[in-house]
Ligand binder design. Structure first.
Ligand SMILES: Cc1ncc(COP(=O)(O)O)c(C=O)c1O
Length: 412
């Protein structure tokens, strides 16, 4: 079975605005599916009041927010009490640094990487410095940008409290084997594991209990939804974390790690992403009794096949080109390569290549994309940075053809 790309593209009205434009900057923020826009508009037009009171509009507003939380906790296979919906992943990790760091003591150690976006790096490092906690860095291979689990093993010991890493770097585009890494950490230390999935979730929504990790976060504005971030905190470790809520709300699950308070319409609209995935599932697999987690797995199979077909010709072209330094794996054969493709042109600046591509109808960007440490350690100027082409499942073969054609022209 193949992904019905025409059906997919009908669910994103913005794709019709400029039919010849190729949007290849999805890792910065994706288009929003129609289902999300409809829920957002409905909330703002009809139930825009303080939610959770007894009068009709308020009760409906509360129900719409509860529906979103319920659908997402089912899709992620977590308890409702383990889900926080906050304004962004950067603020969610910032809050988590206050919550986890409150219990850190001098002599403790944490592991962070130089592969991560700064949102899953700086907040933990700063808190560790404040508390006299030793920071160990799990370092990427300087040729490929990839992380090697064997090297993590050497960083673990009885003092390790937390290990922070990314499910998929927003530059390297290759997924880290989260379940295996979590197992390795748990077997060799008593540390907890927190994973940034912002660059992975647009390609697959995971069963978090199957991964076994303690914390996980991703941003829905990159997963076809509103500008919100989902944060998972395993119920088993809640009592080891300091609540960040007003004192009278402490211990209430949706408040503990969300001092910003819920953004009502946006939270309600989060349900639209699941509505879209359910529609996509029904279109391809028919109406069945398949549960929410298995629906995501079915969709993953379809989407991965499609995304691999999109990524392969671009990666192939770039990896063979003498004037290009491609970051990450040079093939998609292992089914762990997202179509997030970053590279450094060797004979011109990233900016100049991006300007040429933009002038020819390709929405791409250059820079460090807040993976400043990674770009710097790879020996690349963090201002000019890399060129990043990032695709998702609504991109089509014609987009890839145009990207390869325009790259070829711009490089030769
Ligand atoms: C891999 C990764 N992690 C974290 C973030 C931060 O997410 P947010 O913009 O929701 O703070 C980003 C944003 O680009 C990202 O790409």
């Amino acid at each position: 079975m193949k992904l019905d790309i025409d059906f997919v593209r009908k669910q994103f009205s913005q794709l019709n605005d400029e039919p010849d434009f190729v949007f290849a900057s999805n890792a910065g923020g994706s288009y929003v599916c129609n289902q999300v826009n409809e829920l957002m508009e409905h909330y703002n037009r009809h139930t825009r009041v303080q939610p959770y009171s007894r009068f009709r509009t308020s009760a409906e507003a509360g129900k719409a927010m509860d529906r979103a939380k319920q659908l997402w906790s089912e899709a992620l296979n977590i308890d409702l009490s383990e889900l926080t919906i906050g304004p962004s992943t950067s603020i969610n990790t910032y809050v988590m640094a206050q919550a986890t760091g409150a219990g850190w003591r001098a002599g403790d150690e944490i592991v962070v990487t130089n592969q991560d976006h700064e949102a899953n790096s700086g907040v933990w490092r700063r808190k560790a410095e404040e508390k006299g906690v030793k920071i160990r860095q799990w370092e990427v291979d300087l040729e490929t940008g990839l992380l090697d689990s064997d090297q993590l093993l050497e960083l673990l010991n009885e003092n390790t409290r937390w290990v922070f890493f990314t499910h998929c770097s927003n530059i390297v585009g290759t997924a880290n084997p989260v379940k295996e890494i979590n197992q390795l950490v748990k077997t060799n230390s008593s540390a907890k594991v927190f994973v940034d999935a912002v660059a992975y979730a647009p390609h697959h929504i995971c069963d978090l209990k199957a991964l076994g990790i303690d914390g996980y976060a991703f941003s829905l504005y990159k997963v076809f939804g509103p500008h919100q971030s989902l944060l998972y905190v395993n119920a088993d470790i809640r009592n080891q974390l300091a609540s960040q809520a007003h004192y009278f709300n402490a211990g209430m699950p949706s408040y503990d790690f969300n001092p910003a308070g819920p953004q009502h319409a946006q939270v309600a609209a989060c349900a639209g992403v699941i509505d879209y995935f359910n529609l996509l599932h029904e279109h391809h697999f028919g109406s069945s009794q398949t549960g929410p987690v298995d629906r995501m797995k079915d969709l993953h199979g379809l989407i991965q096949q499609h995304e691999n077909q999109l990524a392969a010709p671009i990666i192939d072209f770039l990896s063979r080109h003498a004037d290009i330094q491609l970051i990450g794996k040079t093939h998609v054969d292992d089914n762990d390569r997202a179509p997030t493709i970053a590279f450094k042109p060797l004979k011109q600046s990233s900016e100049s290549l991006v300007h040429t591509l933009q002038d020819n109808g390709i929405g791409t960007e250059n820079g460090n994309f807040y993976a400043h440490r990674l770009i710097t350690d790879l020996g690349i100027d963090p201002e000019d940075g890399v060129v990043r082409l990032s695709l998702v499942h609504y991109n089509q073969q014609a987009d890839v053809d145009k990207i390869v054609r325009e790259l070829d022209r711009a490089l030769n």
